[in-house]
Design a binder for this molecule. Structure first.
Ligand SMILES: [Zn+2]
Length: 374
């Protein structure tokens, strides 16, 4: 299937108060009975009372790494309530689940048939999907403008469903909603945004417009991730991180790389849910080191924008940032063992992001990178 080089289709309402905007956005899209999708923690914080919309149909059981089973449970709520649109409120997991529920409204399960690597793009019919509105409460995933939804499938794999039909029709980006994000989540989601910007910039596909946006997002993220993590009430830093996340999301249609291949695959780890952003933070320094020779020119430009002398400094500087943010620096800290990693190298290589890593990857490279990150 031919996809356009540039396809920015979401109406983004940025630096607004969600309750001032969401009702009108929904009515503009013909949504009168919204299905609200969020996680239990946000529900407890009272997020649903801040939206300015009627709260009738709600699925509030989104977990880190949404599963096919949770999508089916949410779909039942949608159908029972006669809903006509999905509003995902939260981090990438809630927004992705909103996309998946919208897909399932007019497409039969199982979900694995729609996975990108199984040729699912052709099976997704946009005219059978109700509109999706995304309201991010974290600054990282970029899912509010992205065409992908990552799901842990009944088959045991964590795979991406990718289609322009999955891009939310509107994104309402209210920095105030990110003010209550805990320190660890701020750091991990922020590193996700930074890794999107770096990987998308380094992707070999020709798309200088996406690259400009990615570099802008990277610089904003770099300047503000420490501030937002150190002082969660710093609204300016929160707004800048939300923009960094948006920049990453707008540009990763250019393709990501090995950081995401490794972390998508390991995201299906069943012993314990592993946070996508925390995994990316661990892999990023190792992957940048792995890519250095094949991507020196672009990494040199990145180094320059971060006021470093040489691209060679980047892996260590990124590792120092992860340490400084208080995030785990290796997989062992997340409870992963060398034995656990065995099945994941092949899955990482098969991930849709491997094709756009600037250095060609083999299964041995994936294993080597997992070992280095252990
Ligand atoms: Zn990501």
């Amino acid at each position: 299937m031919i996809t356009p080089t540039l396809n920015y289709v979401t109406s983004v309402f940025f630096d607004v108060r969600v309750k001032d905007v969401l009702p009108e956005v929904m009515s503009g899209l013909g949504i009168s009975r919204p299905m609200l999708i969020t996680d239990p923690g946000l529900k407890d914080l009272g997020i649903l009372d801040r939206l300015g919309v009627d709260v009738e149909a709600v699925y509030d059981q989104v977990q880190t790494n949404p599963t096919e089973a949770s999508a089916m449970a949410a779909l039942a709520v949608y159908v029972d309530n006669g809903c006509d649109g999905c509003v995902g409120i939260g981090g990438g997991s809630s927004m992705d689940l909103a996309k998946v529920v919208a897909l399932l409204v007019g497409h039969n399960p199982p979900l694995c048939q729609y996975a990108f690597i199984h040729g699912g793009v052709k099976k997704i019919n946009p005219s059978l999907m109700p509109p999706v509105v995304a309201v991010p409460t974290t600054a990282g995933s970029g899912s509010e403008v992205g065409r992908a939804a990552l799901v842990s499938l009944d088959t045991g794999d964590k795979l991406a469903l990718i289609s322009s039909a999955l891009v939310p029709k509107a994104a309402v980006c209210d920095p105030d909603l990110t003010l209550s994000m805990p320190v660890g989540l701020t750091a991990a989601t922020g590193m996700d945004a930074i890794s999107h910007c770096i990987e998308t910039y380094c992707s070999p596909r020709f798309n200088p417009i996406a690259e400009s946006i990615a570099i802008d997002g990277l610089v904003r993220g770099w300047k503000n991730i420490r501030k937002a993590t150190a002082d969660g009430t710093d609204r300016n830093a929160r707004r800048e991180m939300l923009m960094a996340a948006l920049a990453g999301g707008l540009t990763f249609q250019k393709g990501l790389g090995a950081v995401h291949s490794l972390s998508h695959a390991l995201g299906a780890f069943v012993k314990k849910p592993l946070h996508h952003g925390a995994l990316n933070a661990i892999f990023l320094p190792h992957v940048v080191r792995f890519n250095l020779k094949d991507c020196r020119q672009k990494l040199q430009i990145i180094a320059g924008r971060l006021h470093l002398d040489s691209a060679d400094e980047l892996p260590d500087v990124l590792a120092e940032l992860v340490l400084e943010l208080g995030l785990p620096t290796c997989l062992k800290e997340l409870g992963v063992t060398a034995e656990d990693l065995q099945p994941f190298a092949a899955k990482a290589l098969a991930d849709h992001c491997s094709a756009t890593n600037p250095r060609a990857m083999s299964i041995d490279d994936c294993m080597m990178l997992y070992d280095a990150a252990l």
